[in-house]
Design a protein around this ligand. Structure first.
Ligand code: SF4
Ligand code: MSK
Length: 664
């Protein structure tokens, strides 16, 4: 008989104190959460390791030592590569479709067909037009916006050539993609081709499947995600640092609490504006509330945090728990990372779950569809629905954890450039110099999700702490960024925990050594930062030369895999935690690591042990620094600072110590 799950078992699954408190509420109220289901639902070991194929109805075929081939003869390598390719295609499709919607909203806004949405950041629009080689001379902002939108829309259906933003990558990288036949054609084309290749009886060579996986992932990083980021900036403003509150403790007992959750910024932006309208505030007061308090979950949270300073109630695993406070009048969801269980959890309290995307419906939710032509009207309707629900709160049944942290978000690549020299002298020179003289050893991106098969936020936060202490700058996005924010790591005071060199740089600029650069689609900002560092000079001539590593320690989504693959295809060593979806195939595992490193200079590895992640990251950064000839700190300049050593250095030091001892 299986052991009963205790409350202690659940609270051991998170380092978030508010989550611990609310998990007790879940147990008190008999509510099932992802934490509990993760214990109850045992993963099928064959499916988990990529060894189950259900691509046709002769199967599903489960590969075991006794049955090493499916009915069609497919072996474990083909099956693992095929499953992985489809996961990446789904991830890339999610960002592509998000980007497509943004491009159509830009088109509508440019043509005056939207309500309340206008081009806000003309400077960014001009910069984007420049990337697309669109002549802006003598054209109105709306005309430029229209041309930019149409060019992006073309990229989805492009059949030949490369997608537009490929030209933003370092020249050497573009050449490599061309030589290796990795240039993505249209976004839709590559994703459709992946679905075709992985149909029963098509591409049966894991190497070829993995090659197309990389090409598909590039439609995400340098396509869907990058254009989604850029269009969001054009319409709602390019982020710059803004202070906000983090954790569910930001909910207010006397106000209408509204949570926006998902990934798209449009409805939430309109809701922020509408929530400040005197009529809406008066309406909230007429229902007995003192005002309206908006907060976010997941990446819609990151979007409104970066641009509006709206606080985040938490990341992926906080979504159900936030409703358990009994203080949420409405949770408004759009697309991606929204748990189906929310409808059931909401039913037990007074919370209204509101779906807003035509693509994402949940039985039991109220559907108020977002339409750009009625954007403000829809936003007001959603707000009024939430306000009407305020009197339904069960007084005395509210649990608001008494913890809230401060965070600063909004480090767009434009701002990072600006903070290194101001409007006229902004550049990446200071950062490159700091890396070259060793004050900063390298850069690590810590991105991605929570996964209840691991302790919530634990790996993300411990890795961030470790790396800043070793003078490695951390940039973070998605739920990783929120995890760091909840632990109070996104404020300049965190510099006290940084190594001396990194601290010196952070002190000079007044920033945290952990920079929040945005949502999941904003991982494209990390590509832009990396490209700018290469273009600045002194750190090689390709992204693969940089002393940088990408980490996704608590991943769960297919989008995370797509992001991981486009980082690899762009030349970055990328490490995922939790476990490997291709663990069943040694060959595929090797191809993604050694094989991809030979092919594109980046590699993908799945390493659940954070100690090993730290070792491998340091080893990689040290190797890249050596290759650039910048191994050591400038002598004497920074006193007795740590020098990162690899095995050869350690052996040399030991030999010297032995010799010295022998001569005494
Ligand atoms: Fe089985 Fe082959 Fe069909 Fe997959 S494609 S389910 S391995 S028969
Ligand atoms: S929301 S993809 S859980 S980061 Fe972007 Fe978080 Fe991962 Fe969703």
């Amino acid at each position: 008989m299986s052991k009963e799950i205790t409350t202690q078992d659940l609270i051991n699954m998170t380092i978030d104190e508010t989550a611990k408190e609310l998990l007790k509420v879940a147990e008190r109220d008999g509510i099932s959460t992802a934490f509990k289901r993760a214990i109850e639902v045992k993963p099928c070991p064959i499916g988990r390791d990529g060894m189950c194929c259900k691509h046709c109805f002769m199967g599903p075929c489960r590969i075991t030592p006794k049955t090493p081939n499916g009915v069609c003869g497919a072996d474990v390598d083909t099956i693992a590569a095929r499953n992985f390719g489809r996961m990446v295609a789904a991830g890339a499709a999610s960002h592509a479709d998000h980007g497509r919607d943004m491009a159509f909203i830009l088109l509508a806004a440019s043509r005056g067909e939207t309500e309340g949405i206008k081009i806000k950041d003309v400077k960014k629009l001009h910069a984007v037009a420049g990337h697309l080689n669109i002549d802006i001379h003598g054209k109105t902002t709306e005309k430029i916006g229209e041309e930019v939108a149409l060019r992006f829309i073309e990229d989805f259906g492009r059949q030949k050539g490369g997608i537009s933003y490929i030209s933003r990558a370092p020249k050497k990288r573009q050449e490599l993609w061309k030589q290796r036949n990795l240039l993505p054609r249209g976004l839709d084309r590559e994703i459709v081709e992946m679905m075709h290749r992985t149909h029963m009886g098509v591409d049966q060579d894991p190497k070829s499947l993995l090659h197309h996986t990389l090409r598909t992932s590039l439609t995400d990083g340098w396509g869907g995600a990058m254009l989604a980021t850029d269009v969001s900036d054009i319409l709602y403003g390019t982020p710059s640092p803004v202070r906000a509150k983090m954790s569910v403790g930001l909910l207010k007992e006397d106000e209408v609490n509204i949570i926006v959750h998902g990934h798209e910024p449009s409805l939430s932006e309109m809701m922020v504006i509408a929530s400040q309208e005197p009529e809406i505030i008066a309406y909230a007061k007429s229902k007995g509330a003192n005002g309206i308090n908006m907060a976010g979950i997941c990446c819609t949270a990151n979007e409104v945090l970066m641009r509006q300073g709206i606080g985040s109630a938490g990341n992926f695993l906080n979504q159900e728990l936030t409703i358990l406070t009994g203080a949420v009048e409405a949770m408004v969801v759009d697309v991606q990372c929204i748990m189906e269980s929310l409808a059931d959890v909401a039913k037990h309290y007074h919370t209204k779950l509101i779906t807003s995307s035509p693509k994402a419906h949940i039985p039991g939710a109220i559907h108020i569809e977002f339409e750009e032509e009625h954007a403000m009207t829809v936003a007001r309707k959603v707000l009024r629905t939430a306000i009407d629900n305020f009197p339904n709160r069960k007084k005395g049944a509210i649990t608001l954890p008494d913890y809230v942290s401060e965070a600063i978000g909004g480090f767009s690549h434009e701002y990072i450039k600006y903070m290194q020299g101001g409007t006229y002298r902004g550049s990446f020179r200071p950062l490159n110099d700091a890396i070259m003289d060793g004050r900063i050893q390298g850069v690590v991106g810590i991105v991605g999700c929570n996964n209840p098969r691991d302790i919530q936020d634990s790996a993300i936060v411990s890795l961030a702490r470790e790396f800043i202490s070793r003078d490695i700058l951390v940039v973070t996005t998605g739920c990783g960024g929120i995890a760091c924010g909840k632990q109070g790591m996104l404020v300049p005071e965190t510099m006290a925990a940084a190594g001396p060199g990194l601290r010196e740089v952070c002190e000079a600029i007044g920033i945290s050594p952990v920079l929040h650069v945005g949502s999941c689609v904003d991982n494209s900002r990390i590509l832009t930062i990396a490209t700018d560092m290469v273009k600045e000079g002194g750190l090689g001539d390709d992204i693969s030369d940089l002393p940088a590593v990408g980490l996704c320690p608590e991943w769960m989504s297919e989008k995370a895999l797509a992001i991981g693959c486009y980082f690899v295809a762009s030349g970055v060593y990328t490490i995922f935690g939790v476990g490997s979806p291709v663990a069943g195939s040694e060959n595929v595992t090797r191809m993604m690591s050694e094989g991809w490193e030979q092919e594109v200079g980046g590699k993908l590895e799945f390493i659940p042990d954070t100690k090993v992640v730290i070792e491998k990251t340091i080893e990689h950064i040290t190797r890249k620094r050596k290759a650039l000839g910048i191994t050591e700190y400038a002598k004497g300049k920074f006193g007795a600072q740590k020098v990162l050593m690899d095995m050869a250095d350690r052996r040399k030091l030991e030999d010297e110590q032995k010799k010295a001892a022998a001569s005494r």
